[in-house]
Structures are given as C-alpha cells and as structure tokens.
Design a protein around this ligand. Structure first.
Ligand code: URA
Length: 248
C-alpha cells in the first residue's frame, strides 16, 4: 500500500506531464509505475525516495537539482570559491544554479568529480559511514614489490591512523588501480608514499557506480537520471536496497 506522500497525479502534473486529469488518465492506463509496480489511481509517492517511471522512462522528481560529472583537469582546485581568485571546478560548469563539488580532488589530481546542488546526496557521498568506492589510477615512481602491494591492500599506517583494506591491481609495473572507500586528505598519495612510491600522476576513474572513459579533461556532462539513481542506491537513499555496506 502506497499511502504516504503526495498524490501521484499531482506530482506528475507539477513535473509537466499535463493537467491532473491527464495525469490521472496516464495512471489509469497503466503507463506509470512506482518502484517497478504499475501505479493505481489514489497512490501517493514520497518524492524523496520513490522511483517513478512513465512509459518506462524514469521521472526526475527533483527538477531543481542538477548533477554534473566533470573530468577535472590538473591545476584546477576543487572548492566552490577560492580566496585567492584562482580557477576552481565550479568555473568549469554552468554558473547557475549555484553548485558545489562533492568532496575534493587535490589540485594536481585529475579525473571524475561530481558537482551538484544536491546537499543530501553530497552529504552521503562524502560521509565516511556510507563508504562509497572511489577508484584511481596512480602512476608511481619505481616498481612496487608484491610486498608493497600487499601492504597497500591490507592497510598502511598513516599519521591520521591506519587505512582500511583497499583493492589494488598493478595494471602496469608502475601503474596501480587503487580502489578505496575512505576519503581522507591526499589519501592515495600518502598510501603510496608510505610504501616508498611517490605518485607522479593520479586520476580518479570511478565514483561508486559512475564511470566515463570518454569525458575529456575539462569537459562535463549531466549525470543521467539512472546514474543519479544508482548513486542514491549506493548510499542508501534509493529504494533498491543499498545501505552502509552495499558498496564494499
Ligand atoms: N587521494 C589523493 O591522494 N588525492 C586525491 O585527490 C584523491 C585521493
């Protein structure tokens, strides 16, 4: 029984699917689903959590929210504003509405960064308790030994405490794919340095379920509704399961 939230026809009308009457017809014709089940007249939805589809296409119920995926180039800082007037990531995406980066990449780090005005999603993506996975490609000086790779996998001692287990693959002798679910300051660089290998280039290649191999440095695109949805599920605000441990 879906008996909480707003009436479905009212939500659909607000989103531009037509008058309430037209939206009632959409529902009566079986063209609308809520969380995968065909909706009925009288159903209500929680716009924060429900997955509503019309004719199989996901309906974005929070139209004021924007979610950009930026491929951050090296040399750009990832704060919303800079006290020294330097170029920041928000200068690389549309100025309106006002948006903020989700977490930080070091100025020297390249790769995927989400920039959004969605405060709830930002909070969850950056809060350590949600443990969203981030994957990096790290070019390092020298060739890490098997023991060094094992150490990185099992956790290394940093000045702010030991790191959690990580997934480490040597893609090439001096190129590591590193997947972590913490987000400590300069973590990947510090982890590699702790085992004797300075990082010479660092690129973030995945944020939870979001990847993009075609986006060039400096380019951005909007995340699709499905991608936003998959992020919400990964941090437990979606309704397809997920939760604190879903991404580990
Ligand atoms: N780890 C780092 O060392 N730097 C980043 O920018 C992100 C993760």
């Amino acid at each position: 029984m879906i008996d909480e939230g707003e009436r479905l026809q009212k939500v659909l009308a607000r989103l531009g699917f037509g008058s309430r009457r037209v939206c009632e017809d959409l529902i009566a014709d079986g063209r609308v689903t809520i969380n995968g089940r065909v909706a009925e007249l009288g159903n209500r939805v929680d716009v924060e959590t429900a997955l509503v589809e019309v004719d199989g296409a996901v309906v974005g119920m929070k139209p004021h929210l924007v979610h950009y995926l930026l491929n951050k180039p090296a040399g750009v800082i990832s704060t919303a504003e800079d006290t020294h007037d330097r170029r920041t990531v928000v200068h690389l995406v549309p100025a309106e509405p006002r948006v903020f980066p989700v977490g930080r990449l070091d100025a020297d780090t390249e790769g995927l960064l989400i920039v959004t005005n969605d405060g709830e999603l930002t909070h969850r993506l950056t809060h350590p308790s949600f443990g969203i996975e981030k994957e990096y490609l790290a070019e390092v000086k020298g060739v890490p030994s098997r023991a060094a790779l094992r150490e990185l996998r099992e956790g290394v001692e940093l000045e702010d405490g030991p790191t959690a287990r990580a997934r480490i693959t040597a893609v090439e002798p001096s190129l590591l794919r590193i997947t972590i679910h913490e987000g400590r300051n300069r973590q990947v660089r510090r982890m590699c340095e702790a085992v004797g290998h300075k990082v010479t280039r660092l690129v973030r290649t995945r944020i939870g379920p979001v990847v993009d191999r075609r986006l060039k440095p400096g380019e951005w695109r909007e995340l699709s509704r499905e991608e936003v949805r998959s992020l919400e599920v990964a941090v437990g605000t979606g309704n397809s399961g997920g939760g604190l441990d879903s991404d580990r």
